[in-house]
Design a protein around this ligand. Sequence first.
Ligand code: SER
Length: 939
Amino acid sequence: MIRVWIVLLMVVSNLFSSSVVGLDNSTVPPVVNIGVLYSFNTSVGRIVKIAVEAAVADINSDTSILGNTKLNLSLQEDSKYRGFLSIAEALQLMATHTVAIIGPQTSTTAHVISHIANELQVPLLSFSATDPTLSSLQFPFFIRTAFNDIFQMTAIADIVSHFGWREVIAVYGDDDHGRNGIGGLGDKLAERRCKISFKAPMPPEATSEEITDVLVQVALAESRVIVLHTSTAWGPKVLSVAKSLGMMQNGYVWIATTFLTSFIDIDSPLSSEEMDNMQGVIALRMYIPDSKLKRSFFSRWTNLTSGKEGNGPLGLSTYGIFAYDTVYVLARALDTFFKQGNRITFSPDPKISQISGDSLHLDAVKIFNEGNQLRKSIHEVNMTGVTGPFRYTSDGNLANPAYEIINVIGTGTRRIGYWSNYSGLSIVPPETLYSKPPNRSIENQKLLTVFWPGETTQRPRGWVFPNNGKMLKIGVPKRVSYREFVSQVQSTDTFKGFCIDVFLSAVNLLPYAVPYKFIPYGDGQSNPSNTELVRLITTGVFDAAVGDITITTERTRMVDFTQPYIESGLVVVASVKKTDSNAWAFLTPFTPMMWTVTAIFFLLVGAVVWILEHRLNDDFRGPPKKQVATILWFSFSTMFFAHRENTVSTLGRFVLLIWLFVVLIINSSYTASLTSILTVQQLSSSIKGIESLVNSKEPIGYMQGSFARSYLIDEIGIHESRLVPLKTPEETMKALEKGPQKGGVAAYINERAYIELFLSSRCDFSIVGQEFTRNGWGYAFPPDSPLAVDLSTAILELAENGDLQRIHDKWLLSSACRSQGAKLEVDRLNLKSFWGLYLVCGLACFLALLIYLIQTMRQYKKHSPEELESSGHGSGSSRLRTFLSFVDEKEDAVKSRKRRQMERMSYRSTSEVGSNIISNKDLSLSSTSLNRIDSANEV
Ligand code: SER
């Protein structure tokens, strides 16, 4: 209260002061008032006071800045977290006609007094109010002379992402600084597909009990990555309580913001108890590049702090260095301000004057008329200070923000790397990277080995099962069909099957134990809907679901799936049967038209060759009847390349050559076609795939309980009245066998995994068309579950080491097509397919024999009636004997005549040509002549 009265008195005393500062408005004033609003009784406040005073002294003794004008410093203690008092304290400073205020210390106060700065146009320069929202357009007179916390939060998000964690818990003071900083962290984590899973706010300046209450909640949560964003004053107390709660052990990750490095730097050396409380913690420190200025400031610091009031050591934190530079920034901005011809003038705020009955005498505070120009000058400062190059970017933030990443180990700290807004995480100082193009590739993001809480260098997993000790409730579908995939072991709580074995093998690969219990889902009478099972995860009934659960779009909206452990798209199955093979199957390769055209061409080619040959070639000469026979014989014998007639003309040979090629193609096509007709199974239905199924009106079977039903209705557009649920493979088989005419189904749609099992013992059915979806099966977990990520890795490991295939073979190949033998049987050709051919051949033989017999009989009757009568053999058997001896005699006579003619012709040709050699042509001519003689004899 006393403080308020003092402020008000000050305000009143200033009511009558001049509205213009400086002796002469037209000249640069000899003294410029600047105020510092800070909590000087805190550890940070103590070093800030020293640094600011040192800077003012340095500037006042240096005529190169501000010439002979001196800075007049007014220090005003800030009552942290007392908003109202802070307002009064700020007004107090402003009533002394300060042109700028350095401070305040906290973002909470900065939010409050930024409104006053706006109204009175007095720039606020703060290096410790780092709340990102203070940079908003709402507070143009708030100028931050250190790094915006948004960069610190980006660095933390990069660290979290670098170590592969997905969720963090934020513990923070519930004030503007904590809330808004953590808000920024949430945004940055989201950009990296991570998130804050639990926000644990604490009252500012919380007591040990309040901290304990919050940390107990944190310990019960799933994540083990804790980001601590508090103030230097009470942040270390949180770590001490955490240590007492056993939260600084193996498995935990603590990432502290700059408050911790500030604490370590200022209070160094810390007691061993204080160091014990923070073993393994990672912390950030604003990065100040090494320079001569920095080194000399550090060496000067001891002199500056010696003999100063305060208890304990007074190390130099980055806040001290930024405080020093802040005074320089203001001095340089004022220098420019004056050089631009600006003056410092104040005038009453008409709006304050209008407040009727201003018993508070607020009109003591005046508007700094040239505040806007000074603000702009500050933003245009470009200098090299102790903190390094100092300039603002267009968004009002300092250029090239960077942090050191510190790991607390043993009795000290170790730098494990850097983070810069330019290039992310690195183990080399950021300024060495500025000359190179920014590189944020994963390989380029490096940190040195970290010693985590529990004195381990092994990266903590970052999460535990929530509600420690409780088992995961895993829902498992109680299938009634295809139980090879998953089925309950009778009268036990255990399950078996392919899906279960894969799950158990994957869980065994995890580097930690997973306590779980399987809970059956379904009535045991019909297949349960896996979509409903997955939905129960969202309502908390189950913590996960394991089984033959297809990964579908609808389900991924509700849960997270592991990597698929089996591929299983939807396919169409229809009945197949062999074409009913018959005796005339050999005619089917060609259509009647093809047969006709082929036959015509045989005759045509025969005729053409005869025309081309008969004048030159004796083979094509003779009586007309004989020539017709030659044409027929020649043309059809080319079918088997068995023609014996020689072709002598060039044209004849040309035609024959082309024709033989045509015959070759026709022959091979016929053979191929006949083979496929006789051996390959044919579909008995008209269904050729999903397209023809959609276009038909016939009923379609699907596995009851499967997602296929909704897929076929919603995605493919099949009317639900056409869909017939089929529970078991047996029911499916019957429905397919009946077909749509007898109340069955035209086709059955299910996933390939089931179908392979179904077809392994049912060879009368087959998959038709292509697989028309590309699904897989996975295990379902709540969204963002880290267990899903780890199990995915384990499943990939199973796939790579071959275990997945072994499990597949164990469950799904043991019943491999039992009817394989039957299938082979089906593929063997039998007489049924060929008796027609044998019949034709048999008939031809019979016909030929018959004709031969008739001809011989006619000759016998013509030449020997007298012989028969004179011999007196009248009985049947003696007649047959006589007939047979007649046939023999005739044949002998024909043979001896042939021989004599041959000898004659051979002698004649030898004597005519005068040569002993009988050429092949002669022989062929001779044989042709012989044939002609034979024919004449026969006639
Ligand atoms: N795999 C199918 C589904 O998930 C049937 O269980 O719906």
